[in-house]
Structures are given as structure tokens and as C-alpha cells.
Design a protein around this ligand. Structure first.
Ligand SMILES: NC(=O)c1ccc[n+]([C@@H]2O[C@H](COP(=O)([O-])OP(=O)(O)OC[C@H]3O[C@@H](n4cnc5c(N)ncnc54)[C@H](OP(=O)(O)O)[C@@H]3O)[C@@H](O)[C@H]2O)c1
Length: 439
């Protein structure tokens, strides 16, 4: 049987999980693929470090370049994280004619365009199933399963930490800070949680999916990102009373240009949104991820599973290793190209032009004429109100006023809310959360 010798760069959560999964299911994979995967070397920062996954000391080295240069190694797994050394690792592997499997979404987000071009130039391949949504094989879905479709919509709950926090806030009535502290204690959130709770991790993943779905490279700077730090228990409860659940969504929407057949731009954004309780994404709870993909031929498809963690990520990496092993066995370097740019004029829709429905919460003085002033500002901006709710039982200097708003552009809403926020009767900055109906 043919053998593929694998060099792992990094053996922490992901690399260790991959090593362990190969020990566990390597023989099964060999029987299915007709190729034996063998871990030949493992580069780490500190060979003396105690490791949860035991690795033979003879395999360990601190010199990652020696792993790439080893002529017996024909496939590299980059599981070190970061964007600087990892970029060099991937490029150096390509220069040696070796394909790379990675789980590194930050690396792809920052340097994906360069790395995919380099893979093509050197006749190698870059496999990255584990970079988005852990155990859910979403890259394979977009690259292969739905290749005959134009992707019109993609909605993803792709950050387990945020979904865990929002789920517990809803189900237990807990506050953001309290749940975040708990998530950190349980290891679901990093000590420095900004990458997750400010939405950037979800943006890395959403950008990768958008690029793949639409065939042009989406620059991370073009992605509109809002995290979940400003979501309060009050908004979760009001949303619940209205029949909605708040979720952090990665959104990729094709928006056809009016009167120009075939011409379109793509909304690529990450923000918390009100999702109807009746929609399947509304009931995805805890650390789980889910992605809804709508194709013009297939219609709606849904993918659900663990978005991170050692085993889920290892499962995704094994799938890439299988593809890479088969490519090597068949002598094909790019049976499925990592990313094929095919839209020369692809454009990201600026957030100001994005049309949405909205939930708005105002803190107002409860006296006659206040609502009239607010509706006058919205009316002048041609923004329609679908309902107004002044919840009972709130007394004091200011009371909450909830407005549900019909479709409007983000730019119009921002402008109108700027004016409303300046009214003497409005006592705090207006809260605006978009409403997603998945139309
Ligand atoms: N954790 C997850 O659930 C998950 C899920 C999906 C994707 N990812 C991605 O997978 C990647 C790895 O994440 P992780 O959680 O496994 O990280 P990790 O636990 O911190 O492991 C990093 C590994 O890289 C090694 N390393 C770092 N710098 C090195 C260097 N200069 N030379 C040699 N080895 C070096 C470390 O060595 P030592 O062991 O000696 O410190 C460690 O083994 C990241 O890109 C992450 O975004 C992670």
C-alpha cells in the first residue's frame, strides 16, 4: 500500500488531536483510501513540554524548517496558528512542492489570496476544511457538493463562544459579563476574548465562505463586523416577547443590481441579528455551529455540528488529509482547486447600502408628543414602522420604547437614529439590532 509521510507543524489542541485521530482511525482510513497516512515528524516550540496527547520523542523537533525540508515528507500540516511564521511555513512548503493542510482561518483571512496564488504557481494545493466551523464539512459543501449552484444566501452561526454566551443569556436570564466569565472558566472563551466576542473570528470565517461562494477574494477590511458586547438582557427579553432570538450571524447575500440583469454585489457582514424563534437557526444553542446555504438549483440546505474543539477539528483535518493522500496517490496536485477566482468584477456591498429590517429600543421620557416626534423623523426619512411597543411595568424617569422597522438601508437608519438620539425626550443612545427573516 502507498504511504503518505506527514509532517505536523504544531501539536497543541489541533495538531495533537490530528496525531491522536490518525492513531485511532489511520487503519480505517487506509482501508478506505488505499493509502497509509504516517506521521513522520512533529515540530513544536518546546519538546520538553508535558503534552495531553503523547507523541514519541523521536518524532519531535523545534525546527519546523527541517520538517519541510525532509525529502521523505510529502505533506505538511500547519497547526501552529498565527499569521506571520505560519505564512512562511506554508510558502516554504509550496516552494518544496509540498501541499499543506491548515486549520488557520486568521492566516487565510490575512493572506489567503497570496497563498492560493502561490499554491497554483508551485503546482501544490492548500486544504483548509478545519478553518471554518470545525467538524462541519462546509468547505467541501461549497467547493464540491454545491458546485453546480449559484449561492444566493449563506447564513452562519460560526463562532461557538458567542453562541454559547447568547444561548445562556437567553435560557438563564444571565448578563453578558457573568456568562463571559463562566465561559472563560470552562475554557469556551479565551482569557483575551476580543477575537470572538468582537466578531473578528466570525468575520475571518465568513470572509472565507464568501470568497469561496462567489469566486472573488473578499478583503477582510470590506467585511462589516459588529460583535455581541452591546447585547443586553433587556434586548434578549424584548426580542423573546416579539418571537425572536438574538444570534451572531455571518451573512453572505447576493444582491442583484436593479435593472442590470446578471450584475450583483455581495453583502458580507457579521452582526447580531433577531432570528425568528420558528427558524431553525433560532434553536442552535450552546457551542454548536450551523450554516444555512441557499443555492439557485438546490434551494435551502443546512449543516450543523461542533464548530471547534480537538475532535471536531481533527475530523475536518482527516477529511483534508484523505483528499491530499488521494491526490498524491493519483499524481494529481489540484483535483479540486483550493479557491478558483471566477468573478472578475465581484464587489462587496457597503454596509450603508445593505437593506434590512430593524429592532430599535429607545429610552424615552413617558410624556405626550414623544412618539409623534420620533415617527416624524422616521417618516421624513421614508422609513416605515411595522409596530410600536411600550412594554408595561416600566416606571421611572425614562421608559423603553420598542420600534420594529420595515426594510430600510443601514445608511438611512443610522442617519434617522442620529437625529432621534438628539431629541430631548430620548435619554440614551438608541439601540439598533437588525432583523433577519431569511427571505
Ligand atoms: N483549538 C480549536 O478548537 C481550533 C479549531 C479550529 C481551528 N483552529 C486553528 O488551529 C490552529 C492551531 O490552534 P491550536 O488551538 O491547536 O493552538 P495551540 O494549542 O496553541 O497549539 C499550537 C502549537 O504550535 C506549536 N508552535 C507554535 N509556534 C511554533 C514554532 N515557532 N515552531 C514550532 N511549533 C510551534 C506549539 O508548540 P508547543 O506545544 O511546544 O507550545 C503548539 O504545539 C490555529 O490557527 C487555530 O485558529 C483551532
Amino acid at each position: 500500500m502507498q504511504q503518505v509521510n506527514l509532517g505536523l507543524i504544531g501539536s497543541g489542541t489541533v495538531g495533537g488531536g490530528v496525531y491522536q485521530a490518525i492513531q485511532r482511525n489511520g487503519a480505517l482510513m487506509a482501508s478506505r483510501l488505499g493509502v497509509q497516512l504516517r506521521v513522520a515528524k512533529v515540530a513544536v516550540r518546546d519538546v520538553r513540554k508535558a503534552r495531553a496527547v503523547k507523541i514519541s520523542p523521536a518524532l519531535l523537533t523545534t525546527d519546523w524548517q527541517s520538517v519541510i525540508d525532509d525529502p521523505s515528507i510529502n505533506l505538511i500540516g500547519e497547526f501552529m496558528g498565527g499569521t506571520t511564521t505560519a505564512r512562511t511555513v506554508v510558502l516554504n512548503a509550496f516552494k518544496q512542492g509540498k501541499s499543506v493542510v491548515t486549520a488557520n482561518k486568521a492566516l487565510l483571512s490575512a493572506h489567503g489570496e497570496e497563498l492560493f496564488a502561490a499554491a497554483q504557481r508551485y503546482g501544490t494545493n492548500l486544504y483548509y476544511e478545519a478553518s471554518v466551523a470545525g467538524g462541519i464539512p462546509i468547505i467541501k459543501v461549497l467547493r464540491e457538493g454545491l458546485i453546480g449552484n449559484r449561492i444566493t444566501r449563506l447564513y452562519g452561526i460560526v463562532n461557538g463562544t458567542c453562541n454559547y454566551i447568547l444561548s445562556r443569556m437567553k435560557l438563564e436570564g444571565a448578563d453578558f459579563a457573568e456568562v463571559l466569565a463562566d465561559a472563560q472558566r470552562l475554557g469556551y472563551a479565551e482569557a483575551e476574548p476580543s477575537l470572538d466576542i468582537d466578531g473578528f473570528d466570525a468575520a475571518h470565517k465568513t470572509g472565507i465562505l464568501a470568497s469561496l461562494a462567489h469566486g472573488f477574494w473578499v478583503n477582510p477590511k470590506q467585511i462589516y463586523v459588529e460583535g455581541i458586547c452591546a447585547i443586553t438582557q433587556q434586548d434578549i427579553q424584548f426580542a423573546g416577547q416579539l418571537g425572536y432570538t438574538i444570534k451572531l450571524l455571518g451573512i453572505v447575500k447576493r444582491v442583484d443590481a436593479a435593472g442590470k440583469p446578471g450584475s450583483y454585489a455581495v453583502q458580507v457582514s457579521v452582526y447580531p441579528a433577531l432570528v425568528p424563534n420558528t427558524h431553525v437557526l433560532g434553536s442552535v444553542n450552546g457551542v454548536f455551529n450551523a450554516i444555512l446555504v441557499r443555492g439557485d438549483v438546490v434551494g435551502d440546505t443546512l449543516y450543523y455540528g461542533r464548530g471547534a474543539g480537538q475532535d471536531a477539528t481533527a475530523s475536518a483535518v482527516l477529511s483534508d488529509l484523505a483528499d491530499a493522500a488521494l491526490d498524491l496517490k493519483c499524481g494529481i496536485k489540484s483535483r479540486v482547486c483550493p479557491f478558483v477566482p471566477h468573478e472578475r468584477d465581484g464587489a462587496v456591498l457597503p454596509i450603508g447600502a445593505v437593506v434590512s429590517r430593524y429592532y430599535v429600543r429607545l429610552s424615552v421620557i413617558d410624556k405626550p408628543g414623544t412618539l409623534a416626534k420620533i415617527t416624524a423623523i422616521l417618516g421624513a426619512a421614508k422609513i416605515g414602522i411595522s409596530s410600536v411597543i411600550q412594554p408595561e411595568g416600566h416606571e421611572g424617569k425614562s421608559v423603553p420604547l420598542i420600534l420594529m422597522i420595515h426594510d430600510a438601508t443601514n445608511a438611512n437608519m443610522e442617519k434617522a437614529l442620529g437625529k432621534i438620539g438628539k431629541l430631548a425626550a430620548v435619554k440614551a443612545a438608541p439601540v439598533m439590532i437588525r432583523v433577519e427573516n431569511f427571505e
